[in-house]
Write a protein that binds this ligand. Sequence first.
Ligand SMILES: [Cu+2]
Length: 252
Amino acid sequence: MLRRFCIRWIPAFISWLVAPSWVFAFSRSGARVWLPEGISTVAPEIDRLFYIVLVLTSVVFVLVQGTLLVFLVRYRRRPGRKASYSHGNYRVEVVWTLIPAIILIWLAFQNQRVWSKVRGTPPPADLEVEVTAEQFAWNIRYAGQDGAFNTQDDVLTINQLHLPIHQTILIHLKSKDVIHSFFVPQFRFKQDVVPGLTTHVWLSATKSGQYEIACAELCGLGHYRMRGFLTVESPEAFTAWLAEMFKEQTAS
Ligand SMILES: [Cu+2]
């Protein structure tokens, strides 16, 4: 009874559990499973690492849990069977220590490579934007024509961030009050915004469209409505929008 149940349901349960990683392993568009579309230059590399870790841990999970279940069923208590003492196996222990160690060291190097690209010295910026978080909005500041912040021609918006596509954007993140977190899932980008600290981060968008900026840090009662709107567009459309915003600002 128990045996039949195990044979029938345990493989089904395990395959259901790890299905997403297998779908990834066997499909060409696998990078889309589970994650939203990646639209920054670093997104494919971050996704690749994520899925490598997912596949590796899935395989280990199946092997370990499978072995455990086989042993549970096979060596269960039976009348007349005596327990025996085993010393273990030196060779097997060396193997199961060495293989994970090598995999983890390899992963650490891979992580380091991607991390230094994402958060190392930023490449020369085409555009700089200042984003100041406050309870419960995103204040966006563009330097305007002169390229300097806090001057007459700055363009200010609330919750409206427009970025030109295929350009390197340097974002200066600040907070007026508490800790917020600037989160754009499609950019694979999430950064805490800490009061008293300016965090400089860079990104480059690879696909135009409308996206959402979320605050990913519980920052107070209105946290749920701290939502920004991100538009990635052609450099021409961006310049036109910025000029329009400046005109509106000076008119009011
Ligand atoms: Cu917030």
